[in-house]
Ligand binder design. Structure first.
Ligand SMILES: Nc1ncnc2c1ncn2[C@@H]1O[C@H](COP(=O)(O)OP(=O)(O)OP(=O)(O)O)[C@@H](O)[C@H]1O
Length: 254
């Protein structure tokens, strides 16, 4: 579960998120769409604790992310507390960010072994299962530089899942890929959405994918959720003219 309550985030005088409220229910797959500069990445950066809120609260699976409870009061979260909460949040970025000096298996097992204390043989067995799931069982000994961008991104997805996160954040995960490599990555995400109960928040420009895979789609504009609906409703019959114009612009560009 993810809950933003009255979240405000500014950069200097520029208010990027204004009194933002939204919830992603446990196990839901929600896509976030909207024009460039509307604040989508800022939402993910707050969830990754790379930024702090200026107002309001963020909760992940019942724990505050922006604050912690001390003596019955909410106080700003300290680093030790955040390190624990962060373990429950998986992330996959546009750039794959794999460790170039480690083979694929090590890339996947490093965090479970060192941050969660999972025994190495157990972490390796799980990594092999995940590599099978993403269609790369034969690449476990390869180094990332030997893989295509699409394969590297599938390793990055396996690496995020190896931490058994409650919440998975996807930030334009296909944007850096050549078009012919996109389908395999989307297929893997489809399977994850269908076969796990991870709560997923996905920022994407892939409208067909958002339509196919999401339980809900949030159209975001100027720091607020303009429209929040099931994909069929949002893509076929949006309530707002702004949404209609945005969707048309994306389709015309494709
Ligand atoms: N570190 C920062 N310092 C100052 N302004 C920032 C910073 N990060 C983002 N912004 C501004 O905040 C606004 C929202 O940016 P954000 O990256 O969240 O938008 P976005 O919807 O993700 O855009 P895109 O689709 O292009 O990635 C933009 O006007 C951006 O210029």
């Amino acid at each position: 579960m993810i809950r933003f309550s009255q979240v405000v985030k500014s950069y200097g005088d520029h208010v990027v998120l204004r009194d933002l409220d939204f919830t992603v229910a446990p196990g839901e797959f929600v896509s976030l769409i909207g024009p460039s500069g509307s604040g989508k990445t800022t939402i993910l950066r707050l969830l990754m604790t790379l930024e702090k809120v200026d107002g309001g609260t963020i909760e992940v699976c019942g724990d505050y992310l922006s604050h912690q409870k001390r003596g019955g009061k909410l106080v700003p979260a300290d680093e030790k507390y955040l390190r624990e909460v962060r373990k429950r949040i998986g992330m996959v970025f546009q750039q794959f960010n794999l460790f170039p000096n480690m083979n694929v298996l090590r890339n996947i097992t490093e965090a479970p072994v060192h941050s969660l204390g999972v025994p190495r043989d157990e972490a390796e067995a799980r990594a092999v299962e995940l590599l099978e799931m993403v269609g790369l069982a034969d690449k476990k000994d390869a180094h990332p530089t030997r893989l295509s961008g699409g394969q590297q991104q599938r390793v990055a997805i396996a690496r995020a899942l190896a931490m058994r996160p409650d919440v998975l954040l996807l930030d334009e995960v296909t944007s850096a890929l050549d078009p012919e490599l996109v389908a395999d990555v989307l297929r893997v995400l489809h399977e994850i959405a269908a076969s796990t109960d991870i709560t997923i928040l996905c920022v994407t420009h892939e409208m067909q994918f958002a339509r196919d895979v999401s339980d809900r789609v949030m159209m975001f504009d100027e720091g607020q959720v303009l429209e929040d609906a099931a994909p069929d409703k949002l893509f076929n019959d949006p309530d707002h003219d702004r949404t209609r114009r945005f969707l048309k612009a994306v389709i015309d560009r494709a």
